[in-house]
Design a binder for this molecule. Sequence first.
Ligand SMILES: [Mg+2]
Length: 223
Amino acid sequence: MNVTFEQVRELAQRTVTDVRYPIVKTYTLDAIWVLYDRVLRVDPHRPDDPARDRFLLSKGHGPSAFYAVLAAKGFFPPDWLDDVASLESPLGSHPDATLVPGVEMSAGSLGHGLPLGVGLAHGLRAKGFDSRVFVLVGDAELDEGSNHEAIAYAGAIGLPNLNVIVADNDSASHGWRGGIASRFEVNGWSAATVDADDHEALYRSYATAHPDRPHVTVAVHRP
Ligand SMILES: [Mg+2]
């Protein structure tokens, strides 16, 4: 299936999740789409390939965009999008890694994805894989202290196969507007701040070489 961005946007609109956070359907879609369409080395026919890249949606309360991209890339039939969060559907209001093909992490409480991503990236390197780990977090999720332990540790050890995407819609209680990248850079990360719907800028950031440190892409959405 060769899907365009317009088609994947229509897929995302078919879902009925994100009731409390309907904007998540659209503002994380660009970031996840560019990643799966142009960067991530994953294959729906070999979902357990140990050398695959990993994507962790830490911001699991907004799964529609993620589900739409997985369907577009052939991990499950697009029909599944029509009854998300029903009793029979494997697609819950938070993604479940034991039920959904292509989902690497069950998401629930915020603040877990990045620490898990650090461990995963570390473990993959220890096993000799060159797999990359991408973690999408929300800006308000950075209010969770667990993320700052992970940011400090990953920066201190220069974890090169770790990449974070922050979906920044100015919703955090802590921190300050425009200050997210600096919170990573002061811990030794490389960073780029881009418009959330600028596909070329997202791609350039994802493809940035960072051989001795982790990298963060701050995708700024201002409604
Ligand atoms: Mg937010």
